[in-house]
Design a binder for this molecule. Structure first.
Ligand SMILES: Nc1nc2c(ncn2[C@@H]2O[C@H](COP(=O)(O)OP(=O)(O)OP(=O)(O)O)[C@@H](O)[C@H]2O)c(=O)[nH]1
Ligand SMILES: [K+]
Ligand SMILES: [Mg+2]
Length: 430
């Protein structure tokens, strides 16, 4: 029999209310000892909680009871909304353990939800992201995946491919006879439709992962252009050292910001120039590399500089700003006075939002890999469909392998290998 597990599901420390969740085959029995009569499944009631042997009162709590099959884990679940003191939570733990429950491991409630089919693997990943969400875009994206939007898409593709397989099986039954054209056409149409749907998701994978991990924005320019000063102004802190000595910044310095509802990693970089200084040269190399990899570059020009140098090639979307507007007539921005900062943030926000709008539901690298494999298989299948000879057997095999990739994606197969990694990021009580 499964253990019955409990954990504090709300944040730890002093609070108005502490939510303690109890789940497992003995949940009802254990909870009944503490509060004599439980509310009906699917309802709640206020109850005094006491130790059955001594009659000692622990707390008065709101009890929520969920029926097996209609709870988060799929098991019998009782939630106690107690007073949120450390002492009440500790006393509840002692009581629950004395009646046979044990503390839950990290992510154990969610693992049970997965095992009981309440969530699939992508939904678990969406849930993990929702709990970690800092920005509005992260929340929206995680919520969609947790709700099962990716699962639904996968199930639709899977059903279409299974239908294609059924048609192929019928095709094989025609053996040496002429294969009906219509049948081949329908098989090809179905495979193509699925391929198109998957490809659209793959197109948005990069943006989806950027929403999750943050868009990188690199400030670049000549030494002493005022990059670090601008960086500190945008970051709202003194994260980077600034000075009048050219070549002050060496390492890439990074701060996390929320710009217009998107997570951004803002990068300060070494001033770009030819230099004899070995360490500064390393810094310049790093600056170039990170600037090229970044999603957006902000080229800061020094007074008198007509256009950006070509150390780092800029794209059409990259931003060019003229610095030190407090001492230079052509300047548009000043890290010292804050002039033009709002407009720069607005421009960054606009570009990132445009990228973010392209995002799909593929919030993990493994989603992308699984679907890329599926597309490869479908492309092979489609190439085989073009052949003169009857390739039904080989086509079926490729389609089956594509279905297999979809099954891996939602965790229908090969799930065990992934669980450790996925649940290690969960907190206790989830
Ligand atoms: N007047 C004025 N001075 C500025 C402004 N921004 C930076 N400075 C000055 O310019 C000098 C260089 O500033 P930094 O922010 O260190 O420049 P940097 O581009 O990071 O320099 P490196 O890291 O050496 O490449 C310092 O003396 C700053 O005080 C500005 O907007 N206006
Ligand atoms: K400097
Ligand atoms: Mg600097």
């Amino acid at each position: 029999m499964q253990d019955t597990i409990y954990a504090l599901a709300s944040g730890s420390g002093r609070a108005g209310v502490a939510v303690i969740r109890l789940s497992g085959p003995q949940a009802i029995e254990i909870a009944s000892k503490l509060c004599r009569s439980l509310p009906e499944p699917g309802s709640h009631a206020l109850r005094k909680l006491r130790m059955v042997e001594t009659g000692e009162l622990i707390d008065e709590a709101l009890i929520l009871r969920f029926a097996a099959g209609a709870s988060f884990t799929g098991e019998d679940v009782v939630e106690f909304q107690c007073h949120g003191s450390l002492a009440v939570v500790a006393a509840m733990g002692t009581a629950l353990e004395s009646y046979g429950a044990r503390p839950a491991d990290r992510g154990e409630f969610t693992r049970r939800a997965l095992e009981n089919g309440m969530l699939d693997l992508t939904q678990v990943e969406g849930l993990a992201d929702l709990i970690d969400a800092d920005t509005e875009a992260q929340r929206k994206q995680a919520f969609r995946v947790m709700q099962g939007n990716l699962s639904e898409a996968v199930e639709t593709w899977r059903a279409d491919l299974l239908r294609a397989l059924a048609l192929l099986a019928a095709n094989i039954d025609f053996a040496d006879e002429e294969i009906p054209d219509d049948l081949v056409k329908e098989i090809v149409l179905r495979i193509k439709a699925v391929r198109t749907g998957i490809a659209a998701q793959l197109d948005g994978a990069k943006a989806a992962q950027r929403i999750r991990s943050g868009f990188e924005v690199a400030i670049i320019g000549r030494p002493n252009a005022g990059k670090s000063t601008l960086f500190n102004r945008l970051a709202g802190s003194d994260a980077a050292i600034t000075s009048s000595i050219a070549g002050t910044t060496r390492d890439v310095i990074e701060v996390r910001l929320d710009i217009g509802g998107n997570a951004v990693s803002l990068l300060d970089t070494a001033g770009l120039r030819e230099t004899e200084d070995e360490i500064e040269a390393l810094g310049v190399a790093r600056a170039k590399k990170r600037a090229l990899e970044a999603d957006l570059r902000v080229a800061l020009l020094e007074p008198g500089q007509a256009e950006p140098d070509d150390d780092v090639v800029l794209g059409a979307d990259d931003l060019i700003v003229r610095g030190k507007s407090d001492i230079s007539a052509e300047g548009t921005i000043s890290g010292v006075t804050g002039d033009g900062i709002a407009a720069l943030l607005q421009a960054i926000s606009q570009r990132i939002s445009a990228d973010a709008a392209e995002s799909s539901l593929l919030i993990r690298q493994r989603h992308k890999s699984a679907l890329a494999t599926a597309v490869e298989r479908l492309d092979l299948a489609l190439a085989l469909c073009e052949m003169e000879a009857d390739m039904s057997d080989l086509i079926s095999e490729e389609v089956r392998l594509a279905v297999r990739s979809l099954d891996v994606l939602v965790g229908r197969i090969d799930v065990e290998d992934l669980l450790g990694e996925i649940f290690s990021s969960f907190c206790i009580g989830k």
